[in-house]
Design a protein around this ligand. Structure first.
Ligand SMILES: Nc1ncnc2c1ncn2[C@@H]1O[C@H](COP(=O)(O)OP(=O)(O)OP(=O)(O)O)[C@@H](O)[C@H]1O
Ligand SMILES: [Mg+2]
Length: 316
């Protein structure tokens, strides 16, 4: 294992010039809060009287939000429907400073995760989603080609909702243009991520692809094999409270978590890949970018509700 590189200095302006193209599954996180005082006469289930509704942008949209929160420039390219949820999602995204580009599929159900929360406790989650049409994915790829020259780095945020059905084409276009490609992967078939620059599976995602490992050496062997098989520059495994490990052609580079307090770990993976993309776009070397991404993740897990870190929180 190699040492953490010495601190790299750069200006806030170089971050402000960093242009990241985020492509992938965007979703709307909905929260219905209410009171539960009785059991339904219709079925043995609680009745919740909804008193408050909260809506937040999630998945790829949250990744793009992380980029702008730390002071970078983000464009979001995503496939959505033409429904109430897509209008809400587009409205919320337009308030963030993200440049948005949506390919609309009138038959698609925009992805929504709706939670019913009574007395601080989640009672039920309902998911709305469907698979986008091939025609819409082709429209997205066309948009991708035209947006690519305006960006330094491409970030694919895969939440397995079908929005990245044509990722193979997009990776090929991006690599031909010489752009770095970062992927937050999902599922068990990683062959579609071939030729990307970096993939950032979490522990469970890595396990689903390479199986279990007994110790760091075995993880290292498996990660290096995966890296070579897929022709990647690096594999970054985010390991929750164990921090993160990077595997590249120099070997393994492990960083313990920087979290001082842990309140809410959701979205930490989004923060990690968004920070790396922004810094790589600002021409910061990958290993240094990862050290800052680890710092940013430590910041966001210590916050309740919000899942982004500012420039000051990461670099001060
Ligand atoms: N419980 C924790 N304690 C300390 N640090 C944590 C914890 N969970 C996450 N982190 C920090 O956040 C980083 C990313 O977290 P994790 O590996 O859980 O990603 P993830 O599962 O993809 O997250 P998500 O998909 O919810 O966004 C870790 O590498 C670590 O730095
Ligand atoms: Mg994740």
């Amino acid at each position: 294992m190699t040492q953490i590189p010495s601190v790299y200095t750069f200006s806030k302006d170089s971050i402000a010039q960093a242009k990241v193209l985020v492509v992938g599954d965007a979703m709307l996180d909905r929260y219905w809060y209410g009171n539960v005082d009785r059991i339904s006469p219709e079925a043995p289930v609680p009745v919740m009287r909804v008193t408050r509704i909260e809506e937040r942008i999630g998945a790829a949209a949250n990744v793009a939000f992380n980029v702008v929160s730390m002071g970078g420039q983000a464009s979001l390219l995503s496939v959505v429907g033409m429904d109430d949820a897509s209008r809400k999602l587009e409205d919320l995204v337009s308030q963030t400073g993200i440049q948005s580009h949506f390919a609309h599929d009138p038959q698609l159900q925009t992805t929504v995760k709706l939670r019913a929360i009574g007395r601080q406790q989640q009672l039920l989650r309902m998911d709305f989603e469907s698979i986008p049409k091939t025609d819409t994915l082709k429209v997205q790829t066309k948009l991708f080609s035209s947006l690519l020259p305006l960006h330094d780095v491409v970030l694919f945020s895969d939440y397995a909702k079908g929005g990245l059905g044509h990722i193979v084409d997009m990776i090929s276009i991006a690599r031909q243009a010489g752009k770095a490609v970062l992927v937050d992967p999902k599922g068990t078939d990683y062959t579609m991520y071939r030729d990307a620059t970096v993939i950032t599976p979490n522990k469970n995602e890595m396990q689903a692809v390479v199986g279990n490992w007994r110790d760091d050496d075995e993880l290292s062997t498996k990660a290096q094999n995966l890296r070579k098989q897929l022709n990647l520059q690096a594999v970054l495994v985010t390991r929750g409270d164990e921090g993160m490990s990077l595997f590249d052609d120099q070997g393994a580079f492990h960083l313990p978590t920087q979290a001082l307090e842990v309140f809410d770990v959701t979205g930490a993976g989004d923060t990690v890949i968004a920070t790396i993309a922004t810094l790589v776009a600002a021409k910061i070397p990958l290993r240094q970018a990862i050290a800052f991404a680890n710092k940013a993740a430590g910041v966001v897990v210590g916050k309740f509700g919000t899942s982004t870190a500012s420039y000051e929180e990461i670099f001060a």
